[in-house]
Structure formats: structure tokens, C-alpha cells
Design a protein around this ligand. Structure first.
Ligand SMILES: Cc1cc2nc3c(=O)[nH]c(=O)nc-3n(C[C@H](O)[C@H](O)[C@H](O)COP(=O)(O)OP(=O)(O)OC[C@H]3O[C@@H](n4cnc5c(N)ncnc54)[C@H](O)[C@@H]3O)c2cc1C
Length: 424
């Protein structure tokens, strides 16, 4: 299953496998946006950072995602302020709101060739009830000065090219990138600043002693005063408390052949990204070469790829009936890390051992921000001044049954979405 992004990315950096013992100031496990953004921000300050990646660069969510640069997290700003109080809550809102700025600034600063388009993100409403939530969400961001606007039925129909929605909102802070090229660009930037990245070098054991963390791989080891886990949905048993603090949920995407110009002119003509409000949401955009790329939940276990793909073709046709008959040329999937409170987390697991993860499907901007937060914390910014809560991981009870729980939950949400579609 080759992804569209794999077939069209800019050249990957050449990365060696770790075969010796090396020393660094910081060792980072996982070379997705979180790990590479942390490395980049550390290298910018002259800190010697080593990144270890288990597979090839891009094997995790950062090489597979929809490339939608979405501001904020799942919770609305007022909710965040209620959850964390007026001071930390307001700082947190600012931190998460700044995600797209950081992504597009890094792209500009390091001249990353990743088809970055900052034309906004649309959330179209699939029901009257979800439209009410959207109005409230949009108002909350407007009060905070964000460039957002409500879209009526006619506007959303024109901007998306679908008559499926009764309204929505447009958040001009968002946009799109070729996600794998963005990742490769971050890696090139880390290397240019002297950071070392090793691929095919899975961390297999972690131990501490004498003020150092030692990370073992099958071919070598890295010693450093600080170790960072940046493994998100691919977190393994290296630190079990971390693994059991997230649930990995599959997400799957399909891409059509390039749309003929007449169809292309009518679908997302201003190049926005969109994610709708179904419980099992559908997210879509045009690729730089004019394909419709749509994603939604994936399937667990051994569901044949053809079955999963067919489910997505039906979703495309339901939203864009004008695409009937078009060929699909790519399909691929990856894992999303969900947390119990639907929030990303920065954890301090032990002195000198940090982790950032749990983006609940919104990690392009947020994982980039998390990398910068981790770098700041490592460089001595006090937790209270970070603008983001620093916590210990909360293992999910009965985690070993979580996959079954998620399957049941997905089935239930699917049923509710089906019912809502049927009576609409
Ligand atoms: C199909 C899909 C679509 C998505 N669409 C969007 C979207 O449109 N917009 C959005 O904002 N977010 C989206 N997301 C979420 C987003 O991709 C992630 O939140 C983000 O990429 C997380 O980055 P990360 O660096 O934390 O983790 P990852 O990119 O997953 O990187 C973690 C890395 O850690 C490595 N690793 C694991 N264990 C070890 C070990 N022991 N040793 C060394 N390395 C290890 C893995 O191999 C992996 O490469 C999507 C995710 C998926 C899967």
C-alpha cells in the first residue's frame, strides 16, 4: 500500500543506522514531527541532539497523515479555560492556537518545499445540532481575535463543492502541506544544524544511572542527560505507563486520480482543507496535483484493504456525487493516538525523561508545537511558564481491552452517524 505522499514526496535525507555508542546532550526517540521539531528547536540553541527512529523516516503518522494544518485541539477555547482556570487555560489556548503559525514559519525559515498552502480550514456541519456547536466555537475564537467566519449554506456549498452541508465555519489560520515532504524538510533542517538522526534504530531498552540516560538499540547505544519519548500512537513498552496512556486508533485515506479541470474548478476551489462533524469524521482536501484525498476511520484487525477502501469510496461519493466513475489510485492508513481527555500531553516521567504525545488526530500543528515545548522545558523554562500543563501520565484502566472498547465505540458511533444520515 504505497501512500500518495510516499509517491510524491521530496527526496528523503540519507540517514544511517546506529552502529556504535554515541554521546549527546539530548536523545530523542521517534522521528515524527514531535521528535524532529524538538531536535530542531534544541539544535537552534546549540544543544547537541540525537534522534532515533525505529523504521524509515515517515513510517509513523507524520509521513502518512492528511496534511491538514488545523489550529487548536478538540476542546473549544472556553472549555480549555474552564478545565485549566483563567491563567493556564488562557495560556494553553494561545499555545494551541499558535500551531499553524509555527508550522508555516518553520517552512518559510528553512525553505521547506512541501506545497504549503495557507488558505484556511473549513469545518462543515453535518446536522443542525452540530451547526449550533460550530456557531459557538467560531464565536469563541472570534472573541479572541482569530480570523474566523461563519459560512451559510450557499457559502459552504461554493467553498467545498458539495451540497451535503447546511453551513460551517472557516478558520483562516489553517491550511495544508504535503505531510511527508514537511517531515523530510524538518529532518534536513535538523541535519543542517548539526543534529544526528538514525533510522532503522529502534530503542529497545532505556536505563538511567550517574545522571545519564542510556538508550539501547540493537546496533548501539546513546548516552545523554535528557531523553525524550516522541512515539505517539506507535508508543511501545519502553515505558509502559506511557504506552497505556494512549489508545492507538486506525485512520485510512484514499486518493482519486487527478481530477479533470472542470471538476477540479468546482471542488475546494480555494484549496482549503476540510473535516466535517460526523462522530466518525471525514477529512478531505485536494493534493497538489489535483486529486481528492479523503480520510476517515480505518478498520481494526484483518479487514481486507478492499473493504476498507470501498467504505471510503462510498463516503467520497456521498459528499461529491460528481466524482462518480473516477478511479482511485492510492490508499493507505496509519495510527492515531487518542487520550482519555482528548488532549495532547507533555509528561515528565522521571528526572530528565520527558514525553509529548496524544494529538487525537490533530498533530500536524500540535506535534510541531509540542516539539518546541519539549525543547523549551529541556532548556530550563519552568513548567509554570511553559503555557502548557506538565503532567504525569494517567494510564487508561483496562488498557489491554482498549482495542475491543474502541471497536465497540466505533461501531456505536457508526450506527449513530448512519441513523442521522438516514433521517436527514
Ligand atoms: C491516517 C492519518 C491521518 C491524519 N491526518 C491528520 C491531519 O490531516 N491533520 C493533523 O493535524 N493530524 C493528522 N493526523 C495525526 C498526525 O499525523 C499525528 O498526530 C502526528 O504525525 C504525530 O507526530 P509524532 O511525531 O508525535 O508521531 P509519529 O509521526 O507517529 O512518529 C512517531 C515515531 O516514533 C517511532 N518509534 C516508535 N517506537 C520507537 C522506538 N522504540 N524507537 C525508535 N522509534 C520509535 C515510530 O516509528 C514513528 O516514526 C493523522 C494521522 C493519521 C495516522
Amino acid at each position: 500500500m504505497q501512500s500518495l505522499w510516499g509517491a510524491t514526496a521530496t527526496p528523503a535525507p540519507t540517514l544511517p543506522e546506529l552502529r556504535t555508542s554515541v554521546r549527546a546532550q539530548v536523545v530523542i526517540i521517534g522521528a515524527g514531527y514531535t521528535g524532529l521539531s524538538a531536535a530542531l528547536h534544541l539544535c537552534e540553541s546549540g544543544v547537541d541532539a540525537v534522534v532515533l527512529e525505529a523504521a524509515e523516516l515517515g513510517a509513523g503518522g507524520s509521513g502518512l497523515n492528511g496534511g491538514q494544518v488545523i489550529p487548536g485541539v478538540k476542546h473549544d477555547p472556553d472549555t480549555l479555560e474552564r478545565m485549566f482556570g483563567p491563567v493556564l487555560g488562557a495560556q494553553l489556548v494561545q499555545t494551541v492556537a499558535g500551531g499553524p503559525d509555527l508550522v508555516f514559519e518553520l517552512i518559510q525559515k528553512y525553505q521547506i518545499d512541501c506545497h504549503a498552502t495557507r488558505s484556511g480550514w473549513i469545518q462543515p456541519a453535518t446536522s443542525d445540532a452540530s451547526l449550533l456547536s460550530i456557531v459557538a466555537r467560531m464565536e469563541q475564537w472570534r472573541r479572541r481575535g482569530a480570523p474566523v467566519e461563519l459560512l451559510d449554506r450557499g457559502q459552504v456549498t461554493r467553498l467545498i463543492g458539495s451540497e451535503r452541508y447546511g453551513g460551517g465555519w472557516l478558520d483562516r489560520r489553517g491550511g495544508t502541506v504535503q505531510p511527508r515532504s514537511y517531515l523530510f524538510g524538518l529532518a534536513h533542517a535538523v541535519q543542517r544544524l548539526g543534529g544526528r538522526i538514525f533510522s532503522r534504530s529502534a530503542a529497545t531498552r532505556l536505563e538511567s544511572g550517574g545522571g545519564q540516560w542510556r538508550v539501547h538499540t540493537t546496533g548501539g547505544q546513546v548516552s545523554a542527560a535528557v531523553a525524550v519519548l516522541a512515539t505517539n500512537a506507535y508508543t511501545d513498552a519502553l515505558v509502559d505507563a506511557l504506552r497505556t496512556s494512549v489508545v492507538a486508533v486506525p485512520s485510512f485515506q484514499v486518493a482519486t486520480e487527478p481530477l479533470p479541470q472542470a471538476l477540479r474548478d468546482g471542488i475546494l476551489p480555494q484549496q482549503q482543507a476540510a473535516s466535517d462533524t460526523w462522530r466518525l469524521l471525514r477529512y478531505y482536501r485536494l493534493s497538489p496535483d489535483g486529486r481528492l484525498v479523503m480520510g476517515s476511520r480505518g478498520f481494526f484487525g484483518h479487514a481486507p484493504v478492499a473493504t476498507v477502501a470501498r467504505h471510503h469510496y462510498r463516503a467520497v461519493q456521498e459528499i461529491f456525487p460528481q466524482l462518480r466513475g473516477l478511479r482511485y489510485e492510492y490508499h493507505w492508513g496509519g495510527m492515531v493516538a487518542m487520550t482519555r481527555d482528548h488532549l495532547p500531553h507533555l509528561h515528565e516521567l522521571a528526572p530528565g525523561l520527558l514525553a509529548g504525545l496524544g494529538y487525537n488526530g490533530r498533530g500536524v500543528a500540535m506535534a510541531t508545537v509540542m516539539g518546541r515545548l519539549l525543547a523549551r522545558r529541556i532548556q530550563g523554562v519552568p513548567a509554570e511558564e511553559l503555557g502548557f500543563p506538565v503532567t504525569a501520565p494517567q494510564p487508561i484502566r483496562l488498557h489491554r481491552f482498549s482495542q475491543i472498547g474502541v471497536r465497540l465505540a466505533i461501531g456505536y458511533l457508526q450506527l449513530r452517524d448512519w441513523w442521522a444520515r438516514t433521517v436527514a
